[in-house]
Design a protein around this ligand. Structure first.
Ligand SMILES: CC(C)(COP(=O)(O)OP(=O)(O)OC[C@H]1O[C@@H](n2cnc3c(N)ncnc32)[C@H](O)[C@@H]1O)[C@@H](O)C(=O)NCCC(=O)NCCS
Ligand SMILES: Nc1ncnc2c1ncn2[C@@H]1O[C@H](COP(=O)(O)OP(=O)(O)OP(=O)(O)O)[C@@H](O)[C@H]1O
Length: 197
């Protein structure tokens, strides 16, 4: 079974992905893949520089993530331009990793894709698991984790579809406002229902 794990920024996807890892399930992580495909020397980074300019590089030729983030989360056109360059490369590498796990005999693969709904990737997966929180919790956790101002955190949140919309498209929802233990209990119930554990 291919499980699509999604939610929105700081809703708790990585927290749940770690719990899935503890069950021995393989994870294909879109955020990690997004880092891989822009490593220095990659064709994707060259295309990004051609559009965004040399200013977005650090001294050692890597993509300056903070700088790119501060541009794209405040400018929809720039975000679309970045997505158009980087998303095809991310998709290709994610499918390669998924197929490798399946070829190695894994029965279940988890694809952690923050933008599953925004990028209309529902067809990549068989079951959709949405990790959700209230807007208040999301804002608080994002500001704390990334050391962002309220304005910066809100810009990031509003660049994604509302969590309420994602909940409606889910096969199962985990409400991650409570303790980590409560989240773990919800996850285990769902995995049992899906015969994964
Ligand atoms: C903008 C970048 C450089 C910021 O890097 P940074 O290290 O600060 O954040 P990180 O990569 O860990 O992403 C954190 C979260 O931001 C959100 N996010 C990232 N990119 C986007 C985007 N294009 N649109 C909306 N939300 C996004 C996701 O929820 C993601 O989980 C980076 O996120 C990036 O390269 N984004 C484009 C690729 C992408 O769309 N990634 C999302 C997964 S496919
Ligand atoms: N149940 C919880 N109780 C307290 N803190 C939590 C809980 N779940 C997650 N957090 C914290 O909230 C922050 C966001 O969680 P996490 O990194 O798992 O979100 P995410 O959805 O993967 O975010 P992103 O899309 O930005 O990568 C982290 O600092 C995490 O430690």
């Amino acid at each position: 079974m291919i499980i699509g794990l999604t939610g929105s920024i700081a809703s708790g996807k990585s927290t749940v992905a770690n719990m899935l890892k503890e069950h021995g399930l393989p994870i294909v992580d879109a955020d990690l893949v997004a880092r891989l495909v822009v490593e220095p020397g990659t064709p994707t980074l060259k295309k990004i520089v051609a559009v965004f300019g040399e200013d977005i590089l650090t001294e050692d030729g890597a993509m300056n993530r903070q700088k790119v983030g501060s541009i794209i989360f405040h400018d929809e056109e720039k975000r679309k331009a970045l997505n158009a360059i980087i998303h095809p490369a991310i998709r290709q590498e994610m499918l390669r990793q998924r197929d490798e796990y399946l070829e190695n005999g894994e029965k279940t693969v988890v694809m952690d894709i923050p933008l599953l709904f925004e990028s209309k990737l529902q067809h990549f997966v068989e079951k959709i698991l949405v990790v959700t929180v209230t807007e208040q919790t999301q804002l608080k956790r994002l500001m704390e984790r990334n050391q962002l101002s309220e304005e910066e955190a809100k810009a990031r949140i509003s660049s994604q579809l509302p969590l309420k919309v994602k909940e409606q498209g889910a096969d199962a929802v985990i409400y991650n406002n409570g303790t980590i233990e409560e989240t773990k209990e919800q996850l285990e119930k769902i995995l049992k229902k899906w015969n994964v554990i």
